[in-house]
Design a protein around this ligand. Structure first.
Ligand code: GLU
Length: 307
């Protein structure tokens, strides 16, 4: 949590699975405003840990789009793909703490044979004491004994999970050998000194797992603010999968203003065509009020071809 002694440091951490769209602009703008309005820093971290989900050229396209929208970042962009060795040391640490174990279960076994909770299947702990005879460990899981973990989100209120009952031991290294998002995000936020994580509400239910990893690894806990996500008429989050149109880097101020309004901020009276994105952002940073953001998980938003 940031206090007056800790300089504010925020971040935007896109997965390069496609170009920036309205939904990701909301997260970028919300985190940028929180940082700039506090006189703090804003970092960009490319979460390129999952090559099967990535699109060639998307990381560069995202950075160009951020630049076109005037969303300047501090320091060099960090690429998670270059941090494998660092994550290995964290696996060693979890192992030393006796919290890591190999798991032989397949996705099918988990989906079909384990109880379902509000957040998906709850891992039963089947491989906790060793994999069944004749089976090979595939993924690495971290044990979560009886951990009830919660946090106060300034927008969404108190959110907690009983990890053992509602999630179960969770994967920190996937069967394909890739470091899982939950682990990478926690160690990188800590290593980069992030004081507040501002992101979409679709990640709200990941946060208790992240708090758990922080606790067992002895890492500082940042504040968390989960913004409403933009959804289509069917209630699906706008994303590459739901065919969100890419942002038009040629009309950045209009898109910024739409994201600004989505976040419940006061009207911008001037003609967007007359304002550079930088001028709009400077105007906005002086007026940003976190308390005006709608305290909702999602907001249905029609996306015209223009955005
Ligand atoms: N990389 C994640 C995404 O693009 C965001 C992770 C985070 O902000 O914690 O959805």
């Amino acid at each position: 949590m940031s206090d007056s002694a800790t300089p504010y440091r925020g971040r935007f951490a896109p997965t390069p699975s496609g170009p920036l769209h309205f939904g990701s602009l909301v997260a970028a703008l919300g985190s940028w405003m929180q940082a700039r309005a506090a006189g703090g820093e804003w970092l960009v971290r490319m979460e390129d840990l999952d090559p099967p989900r990535e699109m060639a050229g998307a990381a560069d396209a995202i950075l160009r789009s951020l630049e076109a929208h005037g969303l300047a970042w501090d320091g060099p962009v960090v690429y998670q793909s270059g941090r494998g060795e660092f994550y290995s040391t964290v696996f060693e640490e979890l192992d030393r703490l006796g919290l890591l174990y190999g798991c032989a279960c397949t996705r099918k076994e988990i989906n079909e044979g384990m109880p379902r909770g509000a957040y998906g299947p709850v891992y039963s702990g089947r491989c906790r004491h060793g994999v069944p005879p004749g089976r090979e460990p595939r993924a690495l899981r971290v044990r979560v004994e009886g951990a009830e973990l919660g946090f106060a989100d300034p927008l969404q209120g108190w959110f907690s999970q009983h990890l053992e009952r509602e999630v179960g031991d969770f994967v920190v290294r996937r069967a394909d050998g890739l470091t899982a998002y939950q682990l990478a995000v926690v160690v990188d936020d800590a290593e980069q000194g992030v004081s507040e994580v501002v992101r979409g509400s679709d990640l709200l239910d990941s946060t208790p797992r992240q708090l758990y990893l922080q606790r067992v690894l002895g890492l500082p806990r940042p504040g968390y603010l989960h913004l409403p996500v933009a959804t289509n008429r069917d209630g699906q989050k706008w994303s590459k999968q739901s065919h969100a149109p890419p942002l038009d880097d040629g009309a950045p101020t209009a898109a910024l203003i739409a994201a600004w309004r989505f976040l419940g901020q006061p009207p911008f009276e001037a003609d967007p065509r007359e304002a550079t994105p930088e001028a709009f952002l400077a105007w906005g940073a002086a007026r940003w009020q976190c308390g005006r953001i709608p305290a909702r998980l999602s907001i249905e938003t029609a996306l015209g071809a223009k955005l």
